[in-house]
Write a protein that binds this ligand. Structure first.
Ligand SMILES: [Zn+2]
Length: 334
């Protein structure tokens, strides 16, 4: 066994403990601050969908419920739009507020997160991908992960998928697959999907239940009175990749119009896919939405608020499965 490992683990634990105790969430302050927590999927460990998901994408229902209990001890839990509206009108804000967000509109959010939000009466914001609601759409990282899991030799047919093809020779590892997915992000969504279509990926995989919510489920979230819906574009294209202006317009403005039509409510919040944008995209989002969230880590301060570039704290299971680790993440130290 590598003798460094226990030392490293101890150092990590020490850092975690210090961050959990001395981070800003534990300090009093006169300036109102907003923590925005970022979640993707909520899945039990024994759910078959858990095994093939990137570790950074999932939190179990038990860990999510623990996060909410812990957050209630430290913060006032608020809805993002309520907090922003109060900040705008100069109303008193809690010294430390926390808003919960979910990206993508996964069906598991409806199955596992909604009952926990209801039980603990916690508000949240969910960012939906307008064209994909109620469709059998699968995000390409999931398709690549599953093709590797079934050791599909079809991956060898397209050079863009070469790194993924190498994985089928090895035992499946979520970490290595996550590495492949990170490499593939050098290409645009359209390029990766074109490569996957060219190898006829859908014939390689068994059909699974839809991964995303349908309009009834999304409406039920909204009707719970706890969940507000924001836009996460029409198709989840990353918006920093030299897309032509009409596509940028489609992703930013048409997604708002479609969600408003289906949900009968104003859609005022936006979430950048993969946290990617450039200055033109930011300007368009500023003109279209009241606020937007990024994937950049940190804590938002009312005195220096970049409302279309709100910072978030990413939560995933392994990095936050104890109250100490969760509080360490809230420190914003990493
Ligand atoms: Zn997303």
């Amino acid at each position: 066994m590598d003798p460094i490992t226990p030392v490293k683990q101890l150092a990590k634990f020490g850092f975690s403990l210090a961050a959990s105790q001395f981070g800003e969430h534990n300090r009093s302050s006169s300036e109102a601050k907003l923590w925005v927590l970022m979640y993707h999927r909520i899945l039990p460990k024994n759910d078959s969908r858990f095994a093939l998901e990137e570790p950074g994408m999932v939190v179990t229902p038990e860990v999510f419920a623990m996060h909410l209990r812990e957050a209630k001890k430290l913060f006032e839990l608020v809805s993002l739009s309520d907090w922003l509206a109060k900040a705008d009108s100069g109303q008193a804000l809690p010294a430390k507020a926390c808003a919960i967000t979910f990206d993508d509109g996964w069906l598991d959010n409806y199955q596992y997160a909604l009952p926990i939000l209801q039980e603990q009466q916690v508000p949240a914001t969910l960012f939906a991908v307008a064209d994909k609601v109620g469709t059998p759409f699968r995000f390409w990282p999931n398709i690549v992960s599953e093709l590797i899991a079934v050791k599909s030799v079809a991956l060898q047919k397209h050079p863009l998928l070469a790194e993924a093809a190498k994985q089928i020779e090895l035992p499946y590892s979520v970490e290595r697959v996550a590495g492949c997915i990170a490499q593939l992000k050098a290409h645009t969504e359209d390029e990766v999907f074109a490569a996957l279509e060219s190898i006829d990926w859908s014939t390689e995989l068994v059909t699974t239940a839809p991964a995303l919510m349908d309009w009834h489920q999304l409406t039920a979230l909204q009707h719970s009175g706890l969940v507000e819906i924001g836009s996460h574009t029409c198709t989840h294209r990353r918006l920093n990749r030299g897309l032509d202006a009409s596509l940028v317009e489609y992703e930013i403005s048409t997604s708002k119009a479609k969600l408003e039509k289906h949900l009968g409510k104003n859609i005022d919040l936006f979430c950048f896919p993969n946290g990617d944008y450039n200055s033109d995209v930011l300007q368009r989002v500023e003109q279209t939405y009241q606020a937007a969230v990024t994937t950049r880590g940190g804590i938002n301060r009312v005195g220096n608020l970049h409302r279309h570039e709100l910072l978030r704290i990413a939560l995933h299971n392994d990095a936050s499965d104890t109250p100490t680790k969760f509080r360490a993440r809230l420190s914003g130290w990493r």
